[in-house]
Ligand binder design. Structure first.
Ligand code: 6R9
Length: 582
């Protein structure tokens, strides 16, 4: 057993505000999901709908004119939207979808930068009863096509800046009928026959209440997530997931009425919707959205300027802040901060120690997945933090470490991290992939694909992934996606992709590539291939390192043995090679 450093928490009276969760064992023993649901939903009068829980319900309360969204653009433009503003705008969007002939259950995808219209489109779509799907604005044509084709998306909301990438694959998307163009920067743009101006559409559409016709079990949102084999799969959630996002935002993120909350995640990632939309707004919290990407000075400046109190970010971002230096945070007034949380990768003990110095606060790790829809394991404001541990299961959630037979293993023994189904935000399907969905449930458990162990006090410790999925700066990337993009390059014959440990990004993507006859390896060619994948797939999903090889190790059935590539790369024992091709 490793020695553990523990951060003990002060008595409740010493907190800036009393945490929502003061007694973890008590809440763990008594939380019942239907009871949580009743805090949000009155069956006699409320529609069961995410937009209702997050926006409309606040408009009949004192929160009506409260700021829901503080938005700052990359060019320092600022906008503020109250809950009532969002109510009216999402009514317009939902009414417009109706007049465009969109039907309940149709897939409406949003491919935009982090601008307010992204939030209005997603919530307008949810209010209408569409199944919404956010796409990272960093996606290239291949990544876009995979998701829009698989989901059969009927509508895409995008912008003049991004539509060119959609145009490259539009002819291969038979289900796509309408493209709505948000022209926030007023660029000269001539609409084509399948395109609609967002601004015109919204102007013409009435802001009268659109009453949602959804139920608890209707699909709400889908996120594409990567696996070891095959293309990314669409994990779909239902409106009923809100109970989990609401409760976890309240008790794990500790969001409180007067908070200014900042979730740095993009809505293309599940963190940017579950906790960049649903969790905070169902609690009626004011939230900051910054359009731009990471910049240490800018981030500190935003915290100072908006008096951010609660902050949800990621270990890579924290490591990048650490790298920017200890003097940088000292230049800013960060005294508004009172609770910091993190997700996506293991949070190194060094990062927590640094956070204590830089912010005077412990960073609280949380663990969950696209499939779980909400935080499942977390460190809580009033529980001691064991540095390096993900914390304890959220009340209402049963987590365990199991063996291959579904039996719980002894304390401090490594095994598969598993959760007892169901819980409200559990994914309900992988779109078009029923068998794969079923395969995730074994012997009465949802098996997460992560390896972990639990200590005697019920704290969970992350060990690693059970599969080949790469976690680079919090983004899950399937090696198969990258290999597929690589072999589209005219020079590439075959490609094998692994995650290589990296001090800042946790892992980087490394590719082993064999070339077609007539091509010779060179640094210039490696750079060209990197750029090719970067533009086809996404900026976070290209190989930062490429090695040229004569051939790749393969199994007899022709599968590339990534395990072997990784072992060779890291100088580890090669293990069982009995299935290796001659
Ligand atoms: C929300 C999200 C899920 C995978 C998960 C695990 C890794 C997430 C973590 C963590 C160690 C943590 N992961 N949180 N690993 N410590 N606190 O990240 O969803 O993109 O689906 O990724 O990320 O491997 O299985 P998603």
């Amino acid at each position: 057993m490793r020695p553990t450093r523990v951060i003990k928490k002060p008595p409740v009276t010493k907190f800036k505000t009393t945490p929502n969760l003061t007694n973890y064992p008590l809440l763990y023993s008594k939380l019942k999901w239907p009871q949580i649901e009743r805090e949000l939903y009155n069956a006699a009068k409320d529609p069961y709908n995410l937009a209702h829980f997050c926006i409309d319900r606040h408009c009949t309360s004192s929160r009506k004119n409260k700021a829901a969204l503080f938005w700052e653009g990359t060019d320092a433009r600022r906008e503020v939207y109250t809950f009532y503003d969002l109510y009216r705008q999402t009514n317009r969007f939902a009414n417009a979808l109706k007049s465009q002939g969109v039907r309940k259950g149709d897939r409406v995808f949003v491919f935009l930068d982090r601008i307010p219209e992204l939030y209005i489109s997603l919530f307008g779509g949810l209010k209408y009863g569409a199944v919404v799907g956010p796409l990272f604005s960093a996606f290239g044509p291949d990544a876009i096509w995979d998701r829009l084709y698989d989901s059969g998306a009927k509508v895409v909301v995008t912008s003049p800046e991004l539509v060119g990438r959609l145009d490259e694959v539009r002819s291969k998307l038979p289900a796509l009928k309408k493209v709505i163009i948000v022209n926030k920067k007023h660029r000269p743009f001539e609409l084509r026959s399948h395109e609609i101006s967002y601004e015109d559409m919204m102007r013409k559409s009435p802001e009268t209440y659109f009453k949602p016709h959804t139920s608890k079990s209707d699909f709400s949102i889908m996120h594409y997530t990567s696996g070891t084999t095959g293309k990314p799969k669409g994990a779909a959630h239902v409106h009923g997931s809100i109970s989990c996002q609401y409760a976890t935002a309240k008790y794990a993120l500790d969001l409180q009425e007067n908070d200014i909350y900042w979730c740095t995640a993009d809505p293309g990632w599940v963190t940017g919707t579950s906790y960049g939309m649903f969790g905070p707004w169902s609690n009626g919290i004011s939230m900051l959205v910054y359009e731009g990407s990471f910049n240490a000075e800018k981030w500190y400046h935003l915290i100072e300027q908006y008096r951010v109190t609660a902050w949800y970010t990621a270990p890579t971002a924290i490591r990048m802040l650490m790298k920017a230096g200890d003097d940088v945070p000292k230049k800013y007034d960060l005294s508004s901060l009172r609770h910091i949380t993190s997700v996506g990768e293991p949070l190194n003990p060094e990062a927590i120690v640094w956070g204590l110095k830089a912010f005077g606060l412990a960073i609280h790790d949380t663990w969950w997945q696209t499939e779980t829809g909400a935080i499942m394991i977390a460190n809580y404001p009033t529980l001691p933090i064991k540095l390096g541990s993900m914390g304890k299961p959220f009340p209402g959630i049963r987590a365990a470490v199991i063996d291959k037979n579904g039996r719980e293993v002894a304390h401090e023994t490594e095994g598969d991290l598993a959760l007892k189904p169901p819980w409200p935000s559990m994914f309900k399907i992988y779109w078009n992939k029923d068998d794969l969905y079923r395969s995730k449930f074994q012997k009465g458990w949802y098996v997460t694909g992560d390896r972990a162990w639990m200590d005697k006090e019920g704290y969970f410790w992350f060990v690693g992934r059970a599969d080949d999925v790469i976690n680079t700066a919090g983004h899950l990337v399937g090696p198969f996606e990258v290999e597929s993009a690589l072999i589209e390059h005219p020079a590439v014959a075959e490609a094998g992709v692994i995650g290589k440990p990296d001090p800042e990004r946790m892992e980087i993507i490394k590719a082993f590539v064999s070339l077609k006859a007539g091509y010779t390896c060179s640094t210039a060619l490696a750079e060209e291939i990197k750029k090719f994948v970067r533009t086809r797939l996404a900026a976070h999903a290209y190989p930062r390192e490429i090695d040229f090889v004569d051939s790749l190790p393969k199994t007899r059935s022709g599968k590339i043995m990534r395990r072997l590539l990784k072992a060779r790369e890291l100088g580890l024992p090669i293990g069982d090679t009995s299935t290796l091709e001659e």
